[in-house]
Write a protein that binds this ligand. Structure first.
Ligand SMILES: *[C@@H]1O[C@H](CO)[C@@H](O)[C@H](O)[C@H]1NC(C)=O
Ligand SMILES: *[C@@H]1O[C@H](CO)[C@@H](O)[C@H](O)[C@H]1NC(C)=O
Ligand SMILES: *[C@@H]1O[C@H](CO)[C@@H](O)[C@H](O)[C@H]1NC(C)=O
Length: 453
């Protein structure tokens, strides 16, 4: 650590300073809250929530329309005059029904311990009154409100245990300054100097987020974005230097390599233990991140899929960041609200297996598929994703009992019977009608050791 950072001493007080390079920045210990939190809600909201159509993602509306992708072009031809521009959607991004306190309550009911809101997506429109986005922000055009600030305030007042995270897209598809830098192969950095960096400093100083979730970095190198300089400021001097975490999207080849936690790719869920802290950013709508008006019921993941994703992710050391897309007028669609509330219902009963847990010696069982392990306070938790069909028996091959072993189930009163097998144990499940959990069932194993493989 000392080799990787330098000590700054002033008037006899020394503080550790991170250098603006990845070796130094990556040596910073992860603030504990992030690993303990496990569950977050992601929100993609912006001008694209107005057209809210598109088979390749609604949040990419402007780009796919510009690229002549068929359904985007057809939609515009059929519904708007020929000279209509993307910018003209902004006045329709009205948010008149936006109730940030209600959003905070929905997030809280989901069991999330943090949220991440898109403050600016690739279209460049900022959801706060940015001094660096004249005429293209939520105060100047559209809602005439500080959408970011209102949510931050509501969460801090209503559900203060939920951490604030802000998503920020580095690039903007059609920003002339960015396109000019790109045409100079990023040897100029006018856009970064006058736009992206000032906005990120503004966001952090104004809203003091505990997560800076960067995106849109992939076309340009880290040095172009001034990423390491920015993160060094974040870790050394910013108002959130002790609590903030950053993801891994900071320039070409940084994904899955650098940052407080890795996101690797959208919907990343590797199914095996990862060495570095990571996050599975996934959607409830199977395709798009922004609101999608034409999604049919089977276009949404069901609660079993979402809870299975949560369980497998956490067993392998990850956090789940579950995305919803609010509407142009500021509503969380009821189907999305229902899904996140279902996750919350499950967590209300089974949260001991998730929050503050650590991966165990084994992630999934060696014999029975769809059984995933975590550990917390000396107890081993086995989340069973399928209710056992055959005689209510579940074999846990990865678990060896001792004389002190007991087996219980979260959401069920009383001890469960188990039998020692040659290798592992067989647990007898209770009657389904006596169990309060749905979708997945958590066995609490006291006094067990991992089976030697
Ligand atoms: C937040 O969720 C917890 C647990 O479900 C609940 O007890 C509490 O009342 C909720 N708070 C608000 C403001 O909704
Ligand atoms: C951006 O990086 C360049 C060198 O890559 C450096 O000269 C400049 O000071 C940095 N700017 C900021 C604001 O960090
Ligand atoms: C455990 O998970 C791994 C990785 O997802 C998978 O390859 C393996 O088949 C699983 N084991 C069982 C018994 O399901």
């Amino acid at each position: 650590m000392l080799k990787l950072s330098f000590l700054l001493c002033l008037l006899g007080v020394c503080v550790s300073q991170y250098l603006p390079d990845w070796d130094s920045l990556d040596s910073r210990p992860l603030p504990a809250w992030y690993d303990e939190a496990k569950v977050g809600i992601f929100m993609h909201w912006g001008v694209y929530s107005v057209p809210s159509i598109g088979s390749k993602g609604t949040e990419w509306f402007w780009k796919h329309w510009d690229d002549q992708v068929e359904d985007y072009v057809e939609f515009m031809e059929q519904n708007y005059p020929p000279d209509f521009t993307y910018q003209e959607f902004a006045p329709q991004f009205t948010a008149e029904l936006y109730d940030p306190v209600q959003w905070a309550k929905v997030m809280n009911a989901s069991g999330a311990r943090y949220f991440v809101l898109t403050t600016k997506h690739h279209d460049g429109y900022s959801l706060w009154p940015s001094h660096h986005s004249w005429g293209w922000n939520s105060m100047d055009v559209g809602p005439k409100r500080d959408l970011v600030g209102e949510l931050v305030t509501a969460v801090r007042n209503t559900t203060p245990h939920i951490h604030v995270g802000l998503y920020y897209s580095q690039f903007e598809w059609f920003n002339p300054l960015y396109l000019s830098d790109a045409s100079h192969l990023f040897t100029t950095n006018e856009y970064v100097r006058t736009k992206s960096l000032p906005q990120m400093y503004e966001l952090v100083n104004t809203y003091q987020p505990d997560i800076v979730w960067s995106d849109g970095e992939w076309d340009a190198p880290t040095w172009y974005w001034n990423s390491t300089e920015f993160i060094a400021w974040l870790f050394n001097e910013s108002p959130v230097k002790d609590t903030v975490v950053v993801n891994d999207r900071w320039g070409i080849l940084t994904k899955c390599r650098h940052g407080s936690f890795y996101t690797c790719q959208d919907r990343y869920n590797p199914g095996v233990l990862q060495e570095h802290k990571w996050e599975n950013a996934m959607t409830i709508d199977k395709i798009t991140w922004g609101y999608h008006r034409t999604t049919t019921l089977d276009g949404y993941y069901d609660p079993h899929y979402i809870i299975s994703s949560l369980v497998t992710t956490v067993s392998c050391g990850g956090n789940l960041l579950l995305n919803i897309g609010p509407t142009h007028d500021g509503r969380i669609p009821p189907i999305l609200e229902e899904r996140v509330r279902q996750m919350g219902q499950w967590l209300e009963i089974n949260g001991d297996a998730i929050y503050d847990s650590k991966p165990w010696n084994y992630q999934n069982d060696s014999v029975t598929p769809d059984v995933w392990y975590t550990e917390r306070g000396g107890l081993v938790y086995a989340s069973v994703l399928q209710w056992p069909e055959e005689e209510q028996q579940v074999t846990l091959g990865s678990v060896t009992p001792t004389v002190d072993t007991t087996v219980t189930m979260l959401g069920y009163q009383g001890l469960l019977q188990f039998q020692q097998l040659e290798s592992g144990i067989s647990v007898t499940f209770p009657s389904l009608s006596k169990v309060s959990s749905e979708w997945a069932w958590v066995l609490v194993l006291a006094g067990v050791t991992p089976t030697q493989r």
